[in-house]
Design a protein around this ligand. Structure first.
Ligand code: ADP
Ligand code: MG
Length: 365
């Protein structure tokens, strides 16, 4: 497909400085038409700064922004036709839900009949038809946030920018609204650019995730690819739990790289062309099996350890296992289901962890 039509928005080499501080560092990112793109990263990583640059409220220090191939770097926010939803709902407290959603249309002189039709259609989309007459204070936080979404979408923007819209809500409400947001996105088909610092939220909602750290774009891909094939230790550890072992990569053996973790030999999936030497071998906890006796399956990586912590979590128990030697210490996390034989063992029980080499990733240390 032609990249100009496929990419609705292109940020090209965007840097934003505040004095000598670099809030965004040479970020290039494409937003594809109709996708749900999530900007994910720790607090202070530059997510809001990028969203504000896309919206036009902040100017980049260098770099350019294109909308469907047209340079809009200097175009004011009101001429971009992007909708915005912020963390605080900022609804008009004295106006009904209906009037809150209708407000912008009234300013734009959309006539009353068309206004009514568009507002009611939008309230139906966000599931608030029965609440049209209420004031914001009569609504729950989640309902207020849905009003904010309706208010942003009623203009039929080309792009909806959302900055941590769910982070003020409690866990249940947040999960409910995530499902709602996904449904709304599918129903209206508008491109969403969504900011969050919540990894699970990003995994649950996104077509693609862009991961930021210290102003830099670390990786952008589908949730599955980023989770299964993180490009760096930072990304792997930021998105989900990951166990890492110091690893001295020594030789290639078919599809695997063979190396040492202290005095143990381990194997990892080879990365084509990667250099040997000091690395980390990373494994997701769900790819590891916990044994109460030395396992016998051949061809698997096996590491012995001692349980140092148990956290009961209902259907599962989270274990922390100290593995390795003083020379190559590692702290490994793994969950076991209720009734696992390890639960019959004492506090500092000796255990073994095994996993298939194909599930180990080699990352730079
Ligand atoms: N107007 C500003 N003046 C100075 N520093 C700023 C300004 N806006 C943001 N920053 C800094 O830029 C960095 C990125 O901020 P921000 O984009 O808000 O991060 P995030 O949304 O990922 O938490 C932070 O360290 C923040 O303090
Ligand atoms: Mg922010």
């Amino acid at each position: 497909m032609d990249t100009l039509t496929q990419n609705q928005l292109c940020a090209d080499g965007i840097t934003r400085r505040y004095g000598s501080f670099v809030a965004l560092d040479n970020v290039s990112i494409d937003v594809r038409k109709g996708e749900f793109l999530t900007l994910l990263g720790p607090s202070g990583s530059g997510k809001t700064t990028l969203l504000m640059i896309l919206a036009g409220f902040t100017e980049p220090s260098t770099g350019r922004l294109f909308k469907e191939g047209v340079d809009i770097t200097r175009r004011p926010p009101e001429k971009r036709n992007f909708g915005m939803v912020f963390q605080g709902y900022a609804l008009f407290p004295h106006m009904s839900v209906f009037d809150n959603v209708a407000f912008g249309l009234r300013i734009r002189k959309v006539d009353a009949a068309a206004r009514r039709q568009r507002v009611m259609r939008m309230l139906e989309t966000v599931g608030l038809t029965a609440h049209a007459h209420k004031r914001p204070h009569e609504l729950s936080g989640g309902q207020q946030q849905r009003v904010a979404i309706a208010r942003a979408l009623v203009f039929e923007p080309d792009l909806l920018l959302l900055d941590e819209p769910l982070s003020a809500l409690d866990k249940n409400m947040r999960e409910q609204l995530q499902a709602e947001l996904r449904r709304i996105h599918q129903q209206v088909g508008t491109t969403f650019v969504f900011v969050t610092h919540d990894q699970e939220e990003a995994l649950a909602l996104s077509t693609r995730i862009a991961i930021f750290n210290k102003g830099q774009l670390m990786q952008i891909d589908t949730p599955e690819q980023i989770y299964m094939r993180p490009a760096s230790r930072f990304v792997g550890e930021f998105l989900g739990k990951m166990n890492v072992f110091g690893f001295d990569a020594q030789r290639e053996d078919g599809a695997h790289t063979v190396g040492r973790h202290g005095d143990i030999v381990l194997r990892a999936l080879s990365c084509a062309g990667a250099a040997l030497g000091a690395k980390v071998l990373a494994v997701r906890p769900e790819h590891m099996t916990l044994h109460v006796e030395p396992p016998r399956e051949s061809g698997h990586n096996v590491v012995a350890g001692t349980i140092v912590e148990r956290t009961f979590q209902g259907s599962r128990t989270a274990l922390a296992v100290r593995t390795g030697s003083d020379a190559a210490p590692a702290h490994t996390l793994i969950d076991v289901p209720l009734g696992h034989p390890v639960q019959a063992l004492g506090r500092e029980a000796r255990v073994w962890l095994s996993w298939c080499p194909s599930n180990s990733m080699l990352l730079d240390a």
